[in-house]
Design a protein around this ligand. Structure first.
Ligand code: NAD
Length: 495
């Protein structure tokens, strides 16, 4: 699938200015307002997207509400809804490379990763939830014989989905799949840093037969579009992936408006814990390097803290540094690239500032630490390793969301877990050991939503992804995700 010639034929295609998807057609924002899309590959203007106003966003919410109330989707036969979503998945798959290249030009992820993680994952996710539609049953309660207790699963109504820039199609599909499968209508707000591939996904949904108004896509800023959605009295559920700071605002807006349910998938500072008895230290080093440096560290579950047993610390860090140095960072549309661009200039500056602070606080810059390929105008950064990091250092506590690894040595299992659990986050973690009992002990001890053992990253749609502590609430993926988008209704019947 990764055909460089085809990719090159797609990389310079002119992208027209993009509109808002409201009630089944693409329209301009109020007064024709637009915002530039800057490509992280060269810092140049790629195209523009509509900058929706509050009234544009309200229009999209009303479109979703009307579609929900008249039942054009939720009352459709489940088998028919399934067919439409399956067709949508097929269309995404048929256009996978075009979608991937479009997304990469917008957000900078290396194409090798983007193809699988974006359209590949989105098609699989939509198909998974499509298949679930006609397999979900209500329940009959174990009552006494003179009564019948029925539990109906009902769609909640209008769902707002607010998406970040790192994997727009994958994360967008994690929200759209279960929300639509459950019969809801959706207003989706892409990140202003990565809207293009999601807009195309919306077009494909219409082509597949999704009725107008069931999926609306509103581009623009978080301050206008996101705030309008979160304060709306007509949005029943908000499902969000992004930063903790924005997540807090959503909860506050919910409390100030209609108490809409808020599901938050937030950041992480995940600990990847390597014991001296890891099955294969060289392999662990390679996988650990990929686990922090792929997509330039812009992965929510990135193993951004390496905790390594002191007896193998120097050997392991040297191996990992070798693997990092071997990664090719650069043009994300070159199929041989291992890590593409940082998404935007602000994020790049923030990454570099974290490296400065780490050193000022006593960490050692072991490798990397600088911008790369500045002459291209693009936002590239070296895979960076900071050693000698203490638990109290900023780099051990705050999410960078960039290719920066913080390394700390530990002496025993208890200390390893104390360090692993020493941040406000609880998204993911890793354990490398040959000791089965230790692995199970530490799976229990690690306060995270995901634990990888003798691997790092990956997983598929069959398992939930969600955080504990300040990494969020609720889960994306798996059949559990559908629970966020249904209400349980009890019917209590005297026979
Ligand atoms: P962000 O919070 O800045 O933006 C996310 C979305 O929220 C964007 O669409 C943005 O426009 C919108 N937004 C911004 N301000 C808003 C407001 N006041 N009201 C409503 N919406 C608003 O996050 P980001 O920089 O796009 O993404 C990076 C973050 O996402 C990182 O913290 C990363 O860890 C996290 N993330 C988490 C997961 C997960 O599954 N837990 C997955 C991917 C990314």
């Amino acid at each position: 699938m990764l055909d460089q010639t085809r990719i090159d034929s797609l990389r310079n295609i002119k992208i027209p200015s993009q509109g808002l998807l409201i009630d089944g057609s693409f329209t301009e924002a109020e007064a024709g307002a637009v915002m530039d899309v800057i490509s992280p590959l060269n810092g140049e203007v790629l195209t523009s997207i509509a900058a929706a106003s509050k009234s544009d966003t309200d229009r999209a919410i009303q479109s979703a509400r009307a579609a929900f109330e008249d039942g054009r989707w939720r009352k459709m036969a489940p088998a028919m809804r399934k067919q439409i979503m399956l067709k949508w998945a097929d269309l995404i798959e048929a256009e996978a490379l075009e979608l991937a290249v479009l997304g990469v030009r917008d957000n900078g992820t290396e194409i090798g990763m983007a193809l699988n993680a974006e359209p590949g994952s989105a098609a699989g996710t939509i198909r998974y939830y499509a298949e679930a539609i006609d397999k979900l049953y209500g329940q009959i309660a174990p009552t006494t014989p003179d009564l019948l207790g029925l539990v109906h699963h009902e769609p909640v109504g209008v769902v707002a989905a607010v998406i970040p820039w790192n994997f727009p199609l994958m994360i967008g599909a994690w929200k759209l799949g279960p929300a639509l499968a459950a019969g809801n209508s959706v207003v989706l707000k892409p990140s202003e840093m990565a809207s293009l591939s999601l807009l195309r996904l919306g077009e494909l949904a219409l082509q597949a037969g999704l009725p107008p108004g069931v999926l609306n896509i509103v581009t623009g800023t978080g301050q206008v579009v996101g705030e309008t959605l979160s304060h709306s009295m007509d949005v029943d559920v908000i499902t969000f992936t992004g930063s903790g700071a924005t997540g807090r605002k959503l909860l506050e807006a919910s409390a100030r408006s209609n108490l809409k349910r808020c599901y938050l998938e937030l950041g992480g500072k995940s600990a990847n814990v390597v014991f001296a008895d890891a099955p294969d230290l060289a392999e662990a080093a390679k996988v650990s390097a990929a686990g922090i440096f792929r997509n330039s560290g812009q992965v929510c579950v990135a193993g951004s803290r390496l905790l390594v047993e002191r007896s193998v610390h120097d050997e392991f860090v040297a191996e990992l540094a070798k693997a990092a140095a071997a990664m090719k960072v650069g043009d994300p549309l070159d199929v041989t690239t291992n890590a593409g661009a940082v998404n935007n200039e602000g994020q790049l500056k923030q990454n570099l500032a974290f490296v400065e602070t780490a050193q000022a606080e006593g960490g050692t810059l072991f490798q990397g630490g600088a911008r790369l390929h500045g002459d291209t105008g693009g936002y590239f950064m070296e895979p960076t390793i900071i050693t000698g990091v203490a638990e109290t250092h900023t780099i051990a506590q705050k999410e960078v969301f960039g290719p920066v690894l913080a390394v700390t040595a530990f002496d025993d299992e208890d200390q390893a877990m104390q360090l692993a659990n020493s941040t406000d986050y609880g998204l993911a973690g890793g354990i490398w050991t040959s000791d089965l009992s230790r692995a199970h002990r530490l799976i229990r001890a690690m306060r995270t939503g995901v634990v990888h053992v003798n691997t790092y990253g990956g997983s598929d749609i069959t398992v939930p992804l969600g955080g504990v502590k300040q990494s969020g609430n609720g889960h994306d993926k798996s059949l559990h995700a559908i629970e966020k988008f249904v209400d349980l209704k009890t019917a209590w019947i005297k026979l």
